[in-house]
Design a protein around this ligand. Structure first.
Ligand code: SRM
Ligand code: SF4
Length: 562
């Protein structure tokens, strides 16, 4: 490629494997910020510098620097944590962050509002709890997500183990993380290298997810590398391989778009590490390092062709992928309430609105979960739908957990509407620097209005997938929402409709740049038609296509093969 490399490529190359001048920046007492270059490197360590956007104007008027703070994101492959880890993470939230824990759409925790002097102790505390933040952000393989559905507990154990192995195998090897955050001794004289990534890491972020059909609770086709577990006779036979999923786009730029992954074949479990390593290596070598907007694997595939990619992959692997095996997804949501697994253990899935665990009277979600973690002898699972599973509960402990869940207002799942239980919202304002409109903070205002429209049509229980993102980057995977709002400007959104409920069909633009009145006015008649014309068990997104409200797609990019 002859094009000039993007600035970030230069910064990575000169960073001495992600060191930059982060240590010096953290020590500078004059500002609550670090330099722009260090901020870009900091992402690879699992943190972003932000500022409170609610306070920007006031701080400017007072001639103060912005109210800087840092976001920290943990690396928790498969989203499984112990009670001890929960308690440690809760303490970090209260001691160093803004007193909340945020479950992300990639099955991990974020802490917001961490001031610069607290960044190092907070990251050290996360490591002390036997977790890490390395590569939770940055141009590397991110947190590996995997199915959380307790109905599939036997398969979950096996698939989760692969998520952990993939996460470890693809972790950056730089010693800078230990030096900066954990006071590791500088090792002089020994060679330090990044055997997979090289000194400039990947052209862009890379995401892996493992799904276990029939539940697509991780949105496997939104991953750069999606692995679809094929269970035969109760055992894991291997994985169908999907490549090139991704959600991010920019308004008004048709060269950027959401894309669903292509299923290119099947591999047995023992080959999955080399498969992932080689997919990443091709993206490392072929990805666009000049224009970051076009640097994700999905664009590499569309530029070079899926066929050429598979040929290169097979040549590097030294073997051909097997033919993809039959699979079928039924839905992409979580199933709430108690479930008993094959081994007689119980699992309770709770709905956590936008994944935010906070104490906001009359509910005390953060304190409630602390009390539960103090008593709970099993573990916890975070889901990619921003929810929470209290996992591996003995039958005799269920009543005590139920009582705590109820006392702290964690039992919303019992009475919530279908649309509320299936809603996702990204963080957006006030912390996200890229937000164009509210998302997490808008959801509680919007939901009652949608619920009123649904109630009028007898549709309160309809499990409609609603997804809100404050900008087109798509952190709530909005292009897979049956209804989605994508922020354009304060109070204005693009209304997208018509994805399916299995994560296999993208939605499309229905109304551009509308305010709340415009959104409700557009949706109300569709709910009326849905109530009157739907056939048995027909989901809202499918109805919109069958009824002709939306034109049939030219092709449905991903169809289950039976
Ligand atoms: Fe995201 C950037 C939050 C999942 C696509 N995302 C951001 C940043 C860091 C903003 C920034 O760069 O300054 C947001 C921080 C906001 C804040 O204050 O917390 C942010 N993304 C999130 C989270 C917390 C949303 C949530 O509400 O849960 C999710 C954290 C995931 C994690 O634990 O790792 C989150 N982001 C996603 C997903 C969903 C997924 O991965 O399943 C996507 C779409 C899938 C994809 O990657 O294509 C996503 N985030 C983006 C993008 C667009 C990437 C692209 O290819 O265009 C950006 C912007 C960027 O990278 O330049 C972005
Ligand atoms: Fe921020 Fe946009 Fe992601 Fe929402 S979708 S968290 S507004 S980058």
């Amino acid at each position: 490629m002859t094009a000039t490399l993007s600035d970030l490529e230069r910064i990575k190359a000169g960073s001495r494997l992600l060191r930059g001048t982060i240590v010096e920046g953290l020590a500078d007492p004059v500002t609550g910020a670090i330099s722009d270059e260090d901020n870009k490197l900091l992402k690879f360590h699992g943190s972003y510098q932000q500022d409170d956007r609610d306070l920007r104007d006031e701080r400017r008027r007072q001639k103060l620097e912005p109210a800087y703070s840092f976001l920290i994101r943990a690396r928790l492959p498969g989203g499984v944590i112990t009670s001890a880890q929960w308690l440690a993470f809760d303490a970090i939230a209260r001691e160093y962050a803004n007193g909340t824990l945020r479950i992300t759409t990639r099955q991990t925790f974020q802490w917001h509002g961490v001031r610069k002097p607290h960044l190092k102790p907070a990251i050290a505390a996360i490591n002390h709890a036997m977790a890490s933040t390395i590569a939770a952000c940055g141009d590397v393989n991110r947190n590996v997500v995997c199915a959380a559905n307790p109905e599939q507990s036997a398969a979950h154990g096996e698939v989760h183990a692969w998520a952990v192995r993939l996460s470890d195998h693809l972790r950056p090897r730089t010693r800078s993380y230990g030096e900066i955050w954990l006071d590791d001794e500088l090792v002089v004289g020994t060679e330090e290298s990044e055997p997979l990534y090289g000194a400039t890491y990947l052209p862009r972020k890379f995401k892996i997810g493992l799904a276990v059909p029939p539940v697509n609770d991780i949105d496997v086709f939104a991953q750069d590398l999606g692995l679809i577990a094929i269970i035969q006779d109760g055992a894991l036979a291997g994985f169908n391989v999907a490549v090139g999923g991704g959600m991010g786009a920019s308004h008004g730029d048709a060269s950027t778009y959401p894309r669903l992954g292509d299923v290119i074949g099947f591999v047995t479990p023992e080959r999955v590490l080399e498969l992932a390593e080689n997919v990443i290596a091709i993206q490392r070598d072929w990805g666009d390092r000049a224009e970051r907007k076009h640097a994700r694997l999905k664009y590499t595939l569309d530029r070079r062709g899926v066929g050429a990619f598979v040929a290169e992959l097979e040549s590097r692997l030294g073997f051909a992928l097997e033919s993809k095996r039959p699979f079928a997804f039924e839905h992409s949501g979580d199933r709430y309430g108690w479930i008993e697994d094959h081994a007689g253990r119980w699992h309770l899935t709770l709905h956590i609105e936008s994944g935010r665990l906070a104490d906001t009277p009359p509910r005390s979600l953060l304190s409630g979960m602390r009390e539960i973690a103090n008593a709970h002898r099993g573990d916890f699972r975070l889901t990619c739908n921003q929810n929470l599973i209290i996992a591996n509960v003995a039958a005799t402990d269920r009543a005590a957990i139920d009582a705590l869940v109820q006392r702290h207002g964690l039992d919303g799942y019992r009475r919530q509407s279908g649309i509320r239980r299936h809603a996702l919202a990204c963080v957006a304002l006030p912390t996200c620097g890229l937000a164009m409109a509210e998302s997490e903070r808008y959801l509680p205002d919007l939901l009652p209005k949608l619920e009123a429209l649904l109630d009028r049509r007898g549709l309160l229980d309809a499990p409609i997938l609603l997804r809100l993102s404050g900008c087109p980057n798509g952190c709530a995977r909005p292009y897979l929402g049956e209804i989605a709002l994508i922020g354009k400007a304060p109070g204005r959104y693009n209304l997208m409709l018509g994805a399916d409920h299995r994560g296999q069909r993208l939605n499309r633009l229905y109304r551009e740049n509308v305010d709340e009145d415009g959104i409700l006015a557009a949706i109300e008649p569709l709910f009326a038609r849905y109530a009157a014309e739907r056939v048995a068990d027909e989901r809202f997104g499918d109805f919109l296509l069958r009824s002709g409200v939306l034109p049939a797609p030219r092709t449905i990019p991903v169809e289950a093969i039976a």
